[in-house]
Design a binder for this molecule. Structure first.
Ligand code: DGL
Length: 277
C-alpha cells in the first residue's frame, strides 16, 4: 500500500507524545506511527546501532510511501539524523525529508527562560552527544545549557512504572543533580519524548520558578511552519485524517500502552525492520 502519510518514528511509545500534539494541531493529515519496541530503549546504545536502526526505520517509511518522516526520538535525532540527511537521503531519494525534534525545541527555548540558564534532561545518548548544547549555542549564544542523563526514566515508562511511587526516587535524583550543577536554571527541556509521561512527578519535585518544556507542542508548531514554507512537500502529504500504528513487538502490548498515550483505542500491526533492500 502506498500512502502519503507523515511518518512518525520512535524507539517505542515516547513518540506518541509528539504524535498527539501534532494531531491536535493538524488533524487533517494521514499519519503512520512506528515504534521499534522490540529494540527499545535506544538511549544507551552505540552511535552505530542507533544509526543502523533509524536508517532501517526511514527506509521502512519510504517503502510505505511516506515523503516526510519525523524522528520523534531525541536519541535518533542526536545520533542518526545528520548522517541520514547528509549521506543517505541524497542516495535514497533527494525529494523526501527526514526531520528531528532537537532543532525545533532548541529554536524555541529562549522564550521560556529569564535567567538564561537552561537544563536538558535526556537519555545517555542524547546528553553525551551534546546536541542540545551545540544547537542552542548556534541559535541563542547567550544561553547557558546544562544536561543531565536520566537512564532509568525510559525503562520506567516502557514498563508502566512511571506513575508508581517507586519512580519518585529516580525522578528526584536527576532533578536534584541537574539543579546542583546549575542552581540558576529556570527552564528545563524534556529532551526525550518519553518524559512527558513523568511530567507530574517532575513538576512536583521542582521549585516553582522552573518552567518544564515538553517538546511535543514545539515540534508540532515547527512542523506546521515547515509545511507552510514547503508547499511542494505539503502537497505530497495525503489528507484523510487517519493514523496507522505499527510496532516491531507485540501489538497487544502496544495497543494497551498506546491507547493510554492517545486517549483512544489503538489497533497496531506488527512489522519487521529487517529491510534488506
Ligand atoms: N524517546 C526517545 C528519546 O526521545 C528514545 C528513548 C530510548 O529509546 O532510550 O530519546
Amino acid at each position: 500500500m502506498k500512502t502519503g502519510a507523515i511518518g512518525i518514528f520512535d524507539s517505542g511509545y515516547g513518540g506518541l507524545t509528539v504524535l498527539s500534539e501534532i494531531r491536535a494541531r493538524m488533524s487533517g493529515y494521514d499519519y503512520l506511527y512506528l515504534g521499534d519496541n522490540a529494540r527499545a530503549p535506544y538511549g544507551n546504545r552505540s552511535y552505530e546501532r542507533v544509526y543502523q536502526f533509524t536508517l532501517e526505520a526511514v527506509k521502512w517509511f519510504f517503502d510505505k510511501g511516506c515523503h516526510l518522516v519525523i524522528l520523534a526520538c531525541n536519541t535518533a535525532s542526536a545520533k542518526a539524523l545528520r548522517t541520514i540527511q547528509q549521506v543517505d537521503l541524497p542516495k535514497l531519494d533527494p525529494g523526501r525529508r527526514v526531520l528531528g525534534v532537537i532543532r525545533p525545541t532548541a529554536e524555541r527555548v529562549a522564550r521560556f527562560t529569564r535567567s538564561g540558564h537552561v537544563g536538558v534532561l535526556g537519555t545517555d545518548g542524547t546528553i553525551l552527544s551534546r546536541s542540545y548544547e551545540l544547537e542552542i549555542d548556534k541559535l541563542h549564544p547567550g544561553l547557558t545549557v546544562t544536561g543531565e542523563a536520566c537512564p532509568m526514566w525510559v525503562p520506567l515508562v516502557e514498563n508502566r512504572e512511571h506513575d508508581k511511587p517507586g519512580a519518585d526516587y529516580f525522578v528526584k535524583q536527576h532533578l536534584d543533580r541537574l539543579l546542583q550543577q546549575d542552581p540558576d536554571i529556570d527552564a528545563i527541556i524534556l529532551g526525550c519524548t518519553h518524559y512527558p509521561l513523568l511530567i507530574e512527578k517532575i513538576v512536583d519535585f521542582l521549585p516553582d520558578k522552573v518552567t518544564v518544556i515538553p517538546q511535543g507542542k514545539e515540534v508540532a508548531d515547527s512542523l506546521l511552519d515547515y509545511l507552510h514554507r514547503h508547499p511542494e512537500m505539503e502537497a505530497k502529504c495525503t489528507k484523510g485524517g487517519t493514523v496507522q500504528y505499527y510496532t516491531t513487538d507485540s501489538p497487544e502490548k502496544f495497543n494497551q500502552m498506546a491507547s493510554l498515550f492517545m486517549n483512544e483505542p489503538v489497533d497496531a500491526r506488527k512489522t519487521s525492520l529487517d529491510i534488506t533492500k
